[in-house]
Structure formats: C-alpha cells, structure tokens
Design a protein around this ligand. Structure first.
Ligand code: UDX
Length: 434
C-alpha cells in the first residue's frame, strides 16, 4: 500500500522506515529542505541504533522516498500519517499548530479517499478538530480520521515499532478500519486493539502518565530505603515479581526526562482541567520529579561535606537516558546547570550527547567536555554517573582509581557494581542503598 508520512522527526522517520520494511510504498514528507536532502543521501538527522542500516535496506528495495512536496506525496496514497511535533505550549497544553497545519494541507491537495491518521501525541478531540478542518477546506473529499498513537522509545525505536506490546487504532469508519488492518497485517491480531478515536488519543497520555508515576514511585521508595536501611534493588525485584505490577520501569534515578513524559503529563493535566477533572496524582508526580533533580544535586554537594566551591566533578552522562543523543528535559543537564551555578568545575562526558549539551549549557564556562570517560575523571574530585549508558557499567574502575584523584563515586543510576567500586578503593554512593 502507498503510505504518506508527514514529519521526519523521531516518530515520523522511524515509522516511515518501518512501514517500508513491512513492504509498504512509503513517501516521507518534511518542510525542512536540508533534512530531506540529507535523507536522500542517507544522512539520518537523529541518533537511533540500526536506523541507518534499515534505511539503506528499504532504499535498495525502492520502498521509500523523501520529498518536500506534499501534493506529490499524496498522489495515489490511501493513508496519510501525521507525525509532526506537538511542542509544549506556554500553558503546558500541546501546541497543535503543526498538526492542524498538516491537516489543512492534506485537505487542499487530496483528490481521492484518504485515511488521515494521527501518530503524533495529540489531546483528546484533536481527531474531531482535524475532521472539521478537512471537511471545511475540501467538502467534496471522501476521508476518515484515525488515531494511531506511537509508543516507541528512543534508543529502541525499531524494536518497539516492529515488536510492539500493542498497536492502538482509534477508528470509527469501516473502510478506514480495513485499510489500517492491511497496513498492520504482519502483526498478530491479539496485538491490535481497536477503539474509538478519543479513547485512542487518551491511551497514549494515560500510558506515559502511568509510566512516569511508576518511576516517581520507585524514586520515593528509594528515599525510604535510604532512611530505613532497605535495598531498592531488592525492593524493585520483589515488587516486580508481582505480575500485576510488572518488573519494568522500576529503576530509581535522577527523575524522568525526555521529549515525552514531562510534556505529556503536563498536557494530560491540561486536558483534565479543561474538562473540569482534577488529576491530583499526576500533579504529585510533576512535583516529585522536579524535587528529585534538586535532591540529586544536593546529594552530589553533600558528597563534599559542604565544602564544594571550585571542586571538580566528572559528570558521566548528559543525555536524558542511555542510547540517545537527546538532552530534552534531561535530569543530567539540569544537575549540570545546578552545579555550574554553584561554581563547581564540571568535566562532562557522554557517548553521544556532547554536541547537544554544549548548545544547551553554552552560558557556563565552568563546564568542559571530554570525548573519553576516563579523561573526564583524571583531574576530578568526585565522579557522578547521571545517565544509564551501558558502557558506564563496564568502566575499568581500577584504572580510574589509578588515574583519578577522586575518592567517591555518586551513581545516580545504580549501574555500577557497588562491590567492585569498593574493591577498587572508592567510596560508593548509590540510590536507595545502605
Ligand atoms: C517514552 C515512552 O516509554 C514511549 O512509550 C513513548 O512513545 C515516548 O516516551 P522515551 O522518552 O524514549 O519513551 O524514554 P523512556 O525509555 O520511556 O524513559 C523516559 C525517562 O524515564 C528517562 O529519563 C529514563 O532515564 C527514565 N527512567 C525510565 C527511569 O528513571 N527509570 C526507569 O525504570 C525507566
């Protein structure tokens, strides 16, 4: 089937390439000429493991093309996916201008039946707004609206797309349902849940809010472990063995970040307040997560026993999580800026996120960047792990002990083996441990 995907950001590009891998004929459209030109030359604008290899494979099969011309991209396609950004508006609500702009253009250029699918995370009732816009601009057009939210995670986006826990399809039109079923025909029937459009839109926000709540919950349990002498790793295992709870997303850390959770929990609050509903639990999660980053900053400062001015910190990790170069709402970036404001010297390292971090933290001249984790530790008084990159768990601690004058490691992700750190001669401070 010919599919048009509007937007070549994370969701659009991964979806487009994966649809092509499923055998569909995909045209990816973006207004950004340089992005499209780059993609024509196989330059991927984001860091995502294995995406380039997959692009090369679908390109050689002639299953994908890239253009800035939406009119041309819509010719002959039955389904058009809107996967443009929904940035956070000033009041916390999702800014729908790109989504509604795309809907307007689809209406202008479409001449034959179209299934218009939102993949971007959009508030409840956006489907209805799109329907209204399209019907107004092109009253002759035969079309249907579908909500098909995407649940992929950065760093494992292809796996998440190709082997999803579920595919949610909000559809209220039989012809559109058949087309969606054909698009996802390679997925087992029990993986696909058909709903009405509003419920599909809400499922995405509810999922992200629930996961964010789970993380805040385990972070607070880690605080409780620290004060009572419990062990958060064992507590997480004990909790996770209950299949009603599940063992995922129970790793404590410096709080959740990224382009989705912080934005989506604010947006769901907004949707709720517009509808006169109070989500007090979500309110509490937002507060807990904000406080978490301040608490983690205090933990680092405490490691100097109160005398921290001009101390040097090796900060390992800048991305909001491992396996990505994304620093949006990254707790590591917030902690770096908190520490820099307190006049500490920071020697920062991240396997992929340095370029982005440099731009974000440009105002600080007390942050230096290192391409190599070991070099970042050499002149440091303290080592802090802020992002769960797998290679940080594999660092040669004995080597670091010989090259660095640091005596303590503050591990905000619990990814270093505490015993190995102590054997190497470090004082190890983890999360939720004695
Ligand atoms: C998330 C959702 O998981 C995904 O389904 C949705 O489509 C987009 O938002 P992503 O933002 O890529 O994906 O990151 P995710 O892996 O969910 O992590 C989010 C944040 O939570 C990160 O800062 C991560 O470090 C943190 N986290 C995650 C924890 O602190 N502990 C955990 O146990 C899991």
């Amino acid at each position: 089937m010919k599919i048009t995907v509007i937007g070549t950001g994370y969701v659009g590009l991964v979806s487009g390439i994966c649809f092509a891998k499923l055998g569909h004929q995909v045209v990816c459209v973006d207004k950004d000429y340089s992005k499209i030109n780059g993609l024509k030359q196989e330059i991927i604008p984001i860091f995502e493991p294995n995406l380039k290899e997959l692009l090369l494979s679908v390109k050689s099969d002639k299953k994908i093309s890239f253009t800035t011309d939406l009119n041309q991209a819509l010719q002959g396609s039955q389904a058009v996916f809107i996967a443009v950004g929904t940035p956070q508006g000033e009041d916390g609500s999702a800014d729908l201008s790109y989504v509604l702009g795309a809907a307007q253009e689809i209406a202008q250029y479409s001449q034959s039946f179209k299934v218009i699918v939102t993949k971007s995370t959009v508030p409840a009732n956006t489907g209805a707004k799109i329907r209204e816009i399209v019907a107004k601009i092109n009253p002759q057009l035969d079309f249907a609206i579908v909500s098909n939210p995407e649940f992929l995670r950065e760093g494992s986006a292809i796996e998440d797309f190709m082997n999803p826990d579920r595919v949610i399809i909000g559809v209220e039109d039989e012809k559109a349902k058949k087309i969606m079923a054909e698009i996802y025909q390679d997925f087992a029937d029990n993986k696909i849940l058909y709903t009405d459009i509003i419920t599909a839109e809400l499922i995405k926000y509810a999922s992200n809010s629930f996961l964010a709540t789970k993380i805040s919950f385990i972070n607070e349990m880690a605080d409780l472990c620290e004060k009572t002498g419990g062990d958060i790793k064992l507590l997480s295992s004990g909790l996770g063995l209950d299949s009603r709870i599940g063992n995922k997303f129970l790793n404590p850390g410096p709080g959740f970040g990224g382009s989705c959770f912080p934005k989506d929990i604010l947006a769901i609050l907004n949707i709720a307040s517009e509808n006169g509903v109070k989500l007090s639990l979500i309110d509490a999660v937002i507060k807990s997560n904000k406080l978490r980053q301040e608490k983690m900053t205090a933990r680092i400062l405490n490691a100097f026993d109160g005398v921290y001015k001009n101390k040097k910190i090796a900060l390992l990790g800048l991305a909001f999580k491992g396996n990505t170069d994304d620093i949006r709402y990254s707790p590591a970036i917030k902690i770096a800026s908190n520490l820099a404001k307190k006049s500490l010297q920071i020697f920062a390292h991240d396997p992929e996120a340095i370029a982005n971090a440099k731009k974000e933290l440009a105002q600080f001249n007390n942050i230096r960047y290192f391409d190599n984790a070991y070099e970042a530790t050499e002149d440091a008084d303290l080592i802090v792990i802020a992002t769960e990159w797998k290679n940080f768990s594999e660092l040669d601690l004995i080597k670091i002990k010989t090259i660095s004058k640091a005596k303590k490691i503050v591990d905000l992700r619990n990814i270093i083996d505490a015993t190995a750190a102590r054997m190497a001669g470090f004082e190890y401070i983890g999360i939720g441990q004695k």
